[in-house]
Ligand binder design. Sequence first.
Ligand SMILES: [Fe+2]
Length: 198
Amino acid sequence: MSLSYGIHDTETTIQDSLGDAISHGMIVSNLAYLVGKELKLSEEECYNLAVAGMLHDIGKLRLRSYVYEEKEAKLNIDELRYVRLHSTLGYAILKEQGYPDEVTNAVLYHHENIDGTGYPNNLVGEAIPLSARILRVCDAFGALVSNRPYREAFDIETALMIMIEEVKCFDMKVFLAFQKVSMSVQMRLMLKDMGIRN
Ligand SMILES: [Fe+2]
């Protein structure tokens, strides 16, 4: 099973409906909060993670207005490059709205990979804020367990297996905390409530 349409498919989903975008935000928000708790972060840090999780793809909403309704499900290479602007755009939008740095930086760097292969700045390791490393894992999982225009949602176990294949993208400490959270009844119930198949 290739991650070329797994972990990285978060880049190609600009044409999700607003409803899908909101439900993806809610999933990432809830998961990020739980992972923050698992990592023993403070209540304020966990709260900021929840806010950043909800808003992490807000930059796509602005991009959507340019390309939505006119395209097929797949984006071409130029458009992919364009979609990659969404994290920087989201950062700018939230900064303008007065959100704290903890939230704006998590949004700006939520597509950075721990091995330096992400964007926008190819940051490596701990140069990426912890909050963004947490969003990265939760976002990848949230995308895998959701339907996409070109594939059905993966079940939770398959999503976790796909993530293990691409674990080099993730902070191992965060990934292990996420794995633990993924086994909790609390998370399973939350996902079930949101229509994600267990
Ligand atoms: Fe994103």
